[in-house]
Design a protein around this ligand. Structure first.
Ligand SMILES: Cc1ncc(COP(=O)(O)O)c(C=O)c1O
Length: 394
């Protein structure tokens, strides 16, 4: 008899992967597909980072290493966070993991009890509610609504706090909306967390992919360093998705707890990727700036084009690399538009319900294809939009 632990039934998958599989199937049938479904940069790590990896393997840096991560990388992360977002944290407050998701799940395992309530953004990264439920806790959504420019309504969040609430998870810039939480919202969230003694899990994986201004972390607000866990990593900022390297920054007691979880699970992140990551943080070729400049151009071009499509409405994202498009005026459901785009136009995007009920009237497109492909995607979408133009006129 096969018996699977009940916690697994509490988990959900990620919608992007289902669309990706169908898109791949269509490609195998000879169809041309423009992939705008996955959140995977089309860039690769800068040459010095690849060299550093090769050298690290050649130098024998392929052993078990410290459960918390290579000390020189932890130092480099503390220095990098100070330099790029004025976060004041010591190396002993940093812990490495294979990917941001793993850092996130370790932090959640360390901080969330069964029966707790955890607030999370809707729409948002689907893993937040999924893993919360997997831990036996209740996931409580708070809205990011277009009428508020997708900023959180902190009064709504405050109304949803109960004596069982233990943490707020949020992600700024947000996947999928691209919202950078305003300083006013961060200040109010910090006050709420202090008032109710809550943990704040701040997923900053897109912090470097910012189209204007300087990133402000909630960690830096007064009193927040003792109740915040920053989650970040190398997947998006340094185009190192497959390298699987992320980290958490947290009070030392939290890092100690996560360290024990590391020891009981994956032992350590790969040593050679960690050594090469020091080179990524050094960014000697200014690769991050060049990549963000390219995303900015793609955003400007693609969002302008989307807003010319009948029934589509899209606010320009302030960060991350997604376009979040309201499709309600097409008269079709997001799932119908997703299907038409994929099956008839060969453009893969994701119906927004994959990011929570708040995403029901939206589609997400990733800006991870070259500008000529984005231009072609717009032409293809324009062509199939006759379907809903005709339906609306009928
Ligand atoms: C908000 C958010 N957090 C975390 C991750 C996962 O990052 P990693 O690939 O480093 O595990 C993603 C990836 O899509 C994301 O969008």
């Amino acid at each position: 008899m096969t018996r699977i632990a009940s916690r697994v039934s509490q988990l959900n998958g990620e919608g992007a992967l289902a669309v990706y599989s169908r898109a791949k199937e269509l490609e195998r049938q000879g169809r041309s597909i423009i992939h705008l479904e996955l959140g995977e940069p089309d860039f690769h790590p800068a040459a010095p980072v690849v060299d550093a990896l090769r050298n690290a393997v050649a130098a024998g840096r392929d052993r078990y290493c410290s459960t918390r991560g290579v000390p020189a990388l932890r130092e480099a992360i503390a220095e990098y966070l100070k330099r790029t977002r004025s976060v004041d944290a010591a190396a002993e407050q940093v812990l490495l993991a294979p990917g941001c998701k793993m850092a996130l799940s370790l932090a959640m395992m360390a901080l969330i009890e069964p029966g707790d309530e955890v607030l999370y953004p809707d729409p948002g990264f689907p893993i937040y509610p999924s893993f919360t439920r997997g831990l036996g806790a209740t996931a409580v959504p708070f809205g990011l609504e277009e009428k508020n420019k997708f900023q959180p309504d902190v009064e709504e969040i405050a109304r949803k706090v109960t004596p069982r609430t233990s943490a707020i998870i949020f992600n700024s810039p947000n996947n999928p909306t691209g919202t950078v939480f305003s300083q006013a919202a961060l200040v109010k969230l910090a006050a709420l967390a202090a008032r109710h003694n809550l943990w704040m899990i701040s997923d900053e994986v897109y912090a470097r992919i910012l189209f204007s201004g300087e990133y402000k972390s909630i960690w830096s607000l007064p009193g927040m360093a003792e109740r915040t866990v920053i989650i970040d990593g190398f997947s998006k900022s340094f185009a190192m998705t497959g390298w699987r390297l992320g980290y958490a920054v947290a009070p030392v007691e939290v890092i100690d707890a996560m360290d024990l979880l590391v020891l009981n699970t994956f032992t350590c992140a790969a040593e050679f990727t960690q050594v090469a990551a020091i080179e990524a943080l050094r960014d000697s070729t200014n690769a991050v700036e060049a990549m963000v400049a390219e995303y900015r151009q793609r955003r400007d071009q693609f969002v302008a084009g989307l807003n010319k499509i009948h029934g589509f409405r899209c606010q320009a994202p302030d960060g991350a690399f997604y376009a979040w498009v309201n499709i309600e005026n097409t008269g079709l459901s997001a799932e119908e538009v997703q299907k038409l785009l994929l099956e008839e136009a060969g453009v893969a995007g994701i119906a927004g319900a994959a990011f929570g009920p708040g995403g029901k009237k939206y589609l997400r497109f990733s800006l991870v294809s070259a500008r000529n492909l984005l231009e072609e995607a717009l032409e293809r979408i324009q062509r199939v939009s006759v379907h809903w133009r005709a339906a609306v006129l009928r």
